[in-house]
Design a protein around this ligand. Structure first.
Ligand code: FE
Length: 284
């Protein structure tokens, strides 16, 4: 399939463009929250997207010391720098440049995510993706891949796409998550280059431009903005004057009630209370 030239029956336009909010989290890591803000609290099944990127150690050195998660997935995608993660079940690893960690917290983990560097650029993203009620109390599960294990789709000059989850052309992503069937693409477009990516109809979808400027179905979106897409079967993306880099992320909505507080995302208030009690009692 040539995704760059096939006609799109129902192109996805931009429904709304949001700016990120500068904030800090963990023990004082400076980041920009793109999703999970007052303007854009969530986009079922997505709960949060944080973009971090700094070459000032003071912005990231504090890291994210021990904290719990239950009921959803955290997806860490590193562009630059190294992060060490360690959980209370004995799982640990080092996330290097270009790697992805897709962590299903399920019924609960306590982990730390700490920079394994004291200088240089640290840049990447963390996405929170909800789990359906039937999977919220599943055993924790990790899907971790180094940069060289992530398929690259490069159909034409000036187009380079890392396919982390979902499929684009002949490149199939490494992540398996049938509940939300996620698409997670890291797209680089040289000036004037373009690509059309299928996005399943009915799935929530957004584009976060993190470098340069891109046209999303004709709407100009600059670095630091997130464009929520209207429904359709594909989206057309074009580069701007220089190199543009962006994430295209989509997933099937769960359409379930969300009871959410901090690092716990359940379906009911009673389940939230249970999560707090289990955590305090050391049952994670
Ligand atoms: Fe965490």
């Amino acid at each position: 399939m040539n995704t760059t030239t096939n006609p799109i029956a129902r192109p996805r336009s931009v429904a709304h463009v949001y700016q990120g909010q500068a904030t800090s989290d963990g023990a004082g890591v400076r980041l920009v929250r793109m999703l999970g803000t007052a303007q854009l609290p969530d986009l079922d099944p997505f709960l949060l997207l944080d973009a971090f990127g700094s070459d000032k150690p003071g912005d990231y050195l504090a890291g994210f010391p021990d904290h719990p998660h239950r009921g959803f997935e955290t997806v860490t995608y590193m562009l630059d720098g190294r992060m060490r993660h360690r959980d209370n079940h004995g799982h640990q690893g080092l996330l290097g440049p270009g790697s992805v960690q897709w962590m299903s917290a399920g019924r609960g983990i306590v982990h730390s995510e700490m920079p394994e560097q004291v200088e240089g650029l640290m840049r990447g993203f963390q996405l929170w993706l909800n789990l359906p009620a039937r999977d919220k109390m599943s055993p924790p599960r990790y899907q971790e891949y180094a940069a060289d294990q992530i398929p690259v789709y490069a159909p034409s000059a000036g187009v380079r796409v890392k396919v982390i989850a979902g499929q684009l052309g002949d490149a199939k992503g490494v992540i398996e998550q049938p509940a939300t069937d996620p698409l997670y693409l890291d797209i680089q477009l040289d000036a004037g280059a373009e690509i059309a990516s299928p996005v399943p109809p009915g799935h929530s979808a957004f584009v976060h431009v993190y470098q340069g400027t891109a046209q999303v179905h004709g709407t100009r979106v600059a670095a630091g903005a997130l464009a929520v897409l209207a429904d359709g079967d594909a989206v057309r993306l074009q580069g701007g004057d220089g190199i543009a880099r962006m994430l295209l992320i989509a997933g099937r909505p769960l359409r379930e009630p969300v009871a959410r507080h901090g690092p716990f995302v359940m379906n009911t208030e009673a389940e939230l209370v249970q999560a707090f009690n289990d955590y305090r009692a050391g049952r994670f």
